[in-house]
Design a protein around this ligand. Structure first.
Ligand code: TRP
Length: 334
């Protein structure tokens, strides 16, 4: 039997996830878990590159784990773990730091953006973020890395670092390919449909969080920006607001855009928005219920993390030993 290819991805345990994250990431992860040997990490070491409230960070970690599982990620099929539980990440990042240039890191778009947004806290970790991400991916010899398009540059530098190491020493790392979110399933901000729906958007009414209750979902949709044509038609160019709502409806109900559009023929925006709200709530309520049930079973969640960390460590340590050998770290009889 041919071995499955390795897939690696991670999400930071910060804030709430939006329905955009669900559509763009988690839902795809669920679909990929049979085809690949999957490692899914909760990237708490990346999270602290911007200021975090310790209690919130701790709480979000378990919440995110429960959410993953509630969305259908199966801990029996995948390795689900917390980044800081596997010390190899920090160790490999240190080695990779020595073959990565300051200039390369200074040129990273996300570093420049975040430096502007957090001018009071441009710490070394923020600059080193892509190297830690390279360590994450390379430790598991990942073949593919599904990420949002905003992570493309980080993936490119990961490839550069892998190739550089392989050339300087000898072939050690698999050079990973990025899989960038499918087009067509993108969800935009409800208040500014020219922007991607994001957990850190300016207007809290622009994003629907997976933790929002039915009333909140319906209220946010009622306020969503549309247009004055009063016709439910998919036309992202001229009707970005309405088209975005149609996309949301279509994704949440598993109906095609055409089918969804037909359903609202001759109907007003009020009725349309309410239907979108109900569809979103119908879809996320069972996930929330399952997440809540899981959070009440801390023993189970901890057993998932323990087993995840053990499995991850075994693979990661193998790669790290190889790296240490190649760079000349004396390892005794290890
Ligand atoms: N930087 C990624 C993000 O914010 C999260 C992440 C950390 C990641 N390590 C990773 C994604 C490794 C893919 C692979 O989205």
């Amino acid at each position: 039997m041919e071995e499955k290819k390795v897939l690696y991805s991670a999400v930071q345990p910060t804030n709430n996830l939006t329905i955009g994250n669900y559509v763009g990431a988690i839902r795809n992860w669920v679909q990929l878990q049979d085809e690949y040997r999957c490692y899914y990490a909760i990237a708490n070491m990346h999270a602290i590159t911007v200021r975090q409230d310790p209690a919130a960070l701790r709480k979000n970690t378990l919440q995110l784990l429960a959410l993953y599982i509630a969305c259908g990620i199966d801990p029996e099929k995948c390795v689900l773990y917390v980044q800081s539980h596997v010390p190899c990440h920090a160790e490999l990042a240190w080695v990779l730091n020595t073959i990565t240039y300051v200039g390369e890191m200074e040129r990273m778009t996300q570093f420049k953006d975040k430096s502007a947004r957090h001018a009071e806290n441009i710490n070394m970790g923020l600059m080193d973020y892509p190297v830690l991400m390279a360590a994450d991916i390379l430790l598991y010899q990942a073949d593919v890395v599904p990420v949002g398009i905003d992570q493309r540059q980080h993936l490119e530098i990961t490839r550069d670092i892998a190739i550089r190491f392989n050339n300087r020493y000898s072939p050690t790392f698999t050079v990973p390919e990025g899989i960038y979110g499918k087009v067509g399933a993108k969800i935009n901000d409800l208040q500014d449909p020219s922007k991607k729906m994001s957990k850190s958007g300016d207007d809290p009414n622009g994003a629907i969080f997976l933790s929002d209750d039915r009333d909140t979902v319906i209220r946010k949709l009622r306020r969503a920006v549309t247009d004055s044509e009063a016709c439910v038609r998919y036309d992202p160019e001229n009707k970005p607001g309405v088209s975005n709502l149609l996309s949301i409806y279509s994704v949440m109900t598993d109906k095609s855009i055409e089918e969804s559009q037909k359903e609202f023929e001759g109907k007003g925006y009020g009725e349309f928005k309410l239907a979108v709200g109900e569809a979103v709530a119908d879809r996320i309520e069972p996930v929330q219920a399952e997440q809540k049930r899981l959070l009440a079973d801390k023993g189970y969640l901890e057993s998932v993390l323990k087993s995840g960390a053990e499995q991850a460590f075994r693979t990661a340590r193998k790669t790290l030993d190889k790296v240490y050998r190649k760079i000349g770290f004396y390892q005794g009889d290890r």
